[in-house]
Design a protein around this ligand. Sequence first.
Ligand SMILES: Cc1ncc(COP(=O)(O)O)c(C=O)c1O
Length: 472
Amino acid sequence: MGARMCVAVNPNLVAMEYAVRGPIPMRAAELEAAGRRTIPCNIGNPQALGQAPISFYRQVISLLEDPGRLGRERRLRATSGVAPGDLVDEYVLDVAEGMLARMRTGMGAYTESKGPRFIREAVAAYIDRRDALGPGAVPLADPEMIFLTNGASEGAMFVLEILIGGPDDGVMIPIPQYPLYSAAIRRCGGAQVDYHPDEERGWALERHVLEASYAEASARGVKVKAIVVINPGNPTGAILDLASITDVIDFAEAHGLVIIADEVYQHNVYGGEFISFARVLAERPVGLFSLHSTSKGFYGECGHRGGYLEVRNPPQIEGHELSFVDVLLKRASVSLCPNTVGQAMTYLMVAEPREGSSPWARFVAERDAVLAALFEKATMIREAFGQMRGVECFGPVGAMYLFPRLSGLPEGTTDFDYCMALLEETGLCTVNGSGFHQAPGTSHLRIAFLPPKELLAEVLPRWIAFHNRYVG
Ligand SMILES: Cc1ncc(COP(=O)(O)O)c(C=O)c1O
């Protein structure tokens, strides 16, 4: 055999880490291949664990992808002898037909790089509705400041790529954090600046914590440009209160930073209240990039890769007659456009079926059942923690995760060892806290509360037994 070719590559990509798909899930894949059953709780991928898609979304999307069916369905309606139950609902036909008319070029063509204007208008209307701008209020969300994306990950990546121009450009991220951010900062060759929400106060944020991390980074020569906030949190599940959000905005304004608000779990709050950064920002002159996605909430359409990025107060680009949005558009144009199914899903996410329309009751029932089941499953797991020695879990339940603190792991073992042993013994695939860069000296794990209840009921007693034996 000849010598293998060697190539020098971008070292940032080689150094990049992504624990959610790291060694523990890789081992789970090996176990599966060897015939063992595993339970993938390492990632917020609801449909992989049996969550059924919302029927209305899929009915519309199947018509968009097969527009010939629209005509066939209409013709069948005119045929006697076809039972109404065998036909697609007329409202669904109308929605699909309306979307195709406004898309003009159908699902197989490139669209505008930002996505079609009618979808961006629907997103803007959703944001203003969500943020409870009363009737007659001046709309704050602008369709021209909205970019449809292939999932929220792409939106985050676009912003970070533009912001980070060199190794001293810093981005503040919460610790623990969703590894998209550490990986993206690494890939762009920037400086990661950690800040630590207060775990025992339900992961609340305080201004002095942000100031301390900013001062520490500045002292080592880092020019901090942005702060990332994940609300509700991943991996913590934390839901930020108004005081925390206000502190972040005050802090960003004082230091001239932009805020990247990752709000992909905005429909995953169980008991608490989701408050958007856009709502609290109102008309203050702070740059804000808000991200949302079709992957989470009750829709859970991860594979369809839909989402949007909304920009408020885009900064000017230093030394150029350009706004941040001009560069974003250039960046988006290089990828031509986000995928059209994801765009359609994003439209459906923000434009629910009309209240009282024929699909409405089923839509509401499916939505409420998914959210209720998620909360029930989170509660089952939290209750199990009560029977595990040294396990504490802080804050209300949000997002799709619990992030318990593990105290008293045997000397010389880490949370990685614990999660690996848990996988080997029970088949539960979780992620070790160190994969999210937790506070030094602490140990955690993250579990997505997605498996079916029956499976949890079976595995939780085995986890409790494993845990109490492991910690001794
Ligand atoms: C906080 C957070 N942001 C972004 C993403 C990625 O979302 P998307 O599938 O829209 O790219 C995830 C996925 O788990 C997430 O947890």
